[in-house]
Design a protein around this ligand. Structure first.
Ligand code: ADE
Ligand code: ZN
Length: 319
């Protein structure tokens, strides 16, 4: 029995497995520039975050209808449930779809078609987190928040993702203030490829409650001390870090040092279809390669519920 856990860093578009990509391409008359699923998998060799993002955005072309988004989310829930995920806080990237002529309603209602019954069918409760693309303008983020207003009963929070370096959190101050005024929870990717200052800025300027990745905090002891003192959760993604070359090998991952420092770490999958594993695979990999004890793995699982946006009674039921 896998350890019950919550997944807090998961891009739904990053769960698009090659088989489903080809199935949706055929359904929608989209021609992919790969002969078959093996040829597509061959393309999954990344130099860095940007080289991954190029493929990630390219493959989204197959997602066109509500049913496509529902099928994507349903496939994720089935895989996550099999690996012990009881709760998932799921990112989606509406700007990448709006730019292709797929509207906000198609994306949100499509995802909801699967997520709304995810607890009954798969035993996985969910929350949706709308991410802004940080390599798009602040104005575009504001327009995206506006487009999401009819769907706020489906959306718990906002996040910030895509190419990090050169796009500091402060660029999005206004949209984060507007989202906070609407009662939305706030998270942001920071310190994945970007410097530790981006983590500080995400906390101080955007008011985030949780930092996605946050890996590079380890370069700044005063920041580590602050994150420990303020109990700020970090949503780490070890297999992603290896595939995107943020760390050289999994054996070099700073997770053990981060736990020893007292950081509130969680382990997540990021884009599991691209990085070689879902949440349970990430737990297994860090357990084996980093030699984490069963107690440490259970601590990581406990942290995932503590760091989630579940209410106390929901959290108790999910654990
Ligand atoms: N979008 C999807 N995966 C991402 C990641 N690891 N970092 C930033 N943006 C992303
Ligand atoms: Zn991510």
């Amino acid at each position: 029995m896998p350890i019950p856990k919550a997944e807090l860093h998961l891009h739904i578009e990053g769960t698009l497995e090659p088989e489903l990509a080809f199935e949706l391409a055929a359904r929608n008359g989209v021609v992919l520039p790969y002969a078959d699923t093996d040829a597509l998998r061959e393309a999954y060799r990344f130099e860095d975050l940007q080289s991954f993002l190029n493929l990630y955005y390219e493959l989204m072309a197959v997602l066109r209808t509500e049913q496509d988004f529902a099928d994507l989310a349903d496939a994720y829930l089935a895989r996550a449930a099999a690996q012990g995920v009881r709760h998932a806080e799921i990112f989606f990237d509406p700007q990448a779809h709006l730019a292709r002529g797929v509207d906000m309603g198609t994306v949100v209602e499509g995802l909801w078609r699967a997520l709304g019954t995810g607890e009954a069918r798969h035993g996985v409760s969910t929350r949706l987190i709308l991410c802004f693309l940080r390599d798009e303008s602040a104005e575009s983020a504001l327009q995206t928040l506006d487009a999401a207003k009819p769907y706020l009963d489906r959306i718990t929070g906002i996040g910030l993702d895509s190419a990090e370096v050169g796009h500091p959190p402060a660029k999005f101050r206004e949209v984060y203030e507007a989202a906070a005024a609407l009662g939305l929870r706030r998270v942001a990717h920071a310190g994945e490829e970007g410097p530790p200052q981006y983590i500080t800025e995400a906390l101080d300027v955007l008011g985030v409650e949780r930092v996605d990745h946050g890996l590079r905090c380890m370069e700044d002891p005063a920041l580590v001390e602050r994150l420990v003192r303020e109990r700020i959760p970090l949503t780490l993604c070890p297999l992603s870090n290896v595939r995107l070359r943020t760390v050289d090998t999994l054996a070099d991952h700073p997770l053990p040092a981060m736990l020893d420092a007292g950081l509130l770490c969680t382990v997540n999958s990021d884009d599991p279809a691209y990085f070689g594993g879902y949440a349970g695979d990430n737990f297994d990999a860090v357990g084996t390669t980093l030699g984490l004890s069963e107690d440490r793995l259970r601590e990581l699982a406990r942290n995932s519920f503590t760091a989630s946006f579940l209410e106390d009674d929901e959290e108790r039921r999910a654990r």
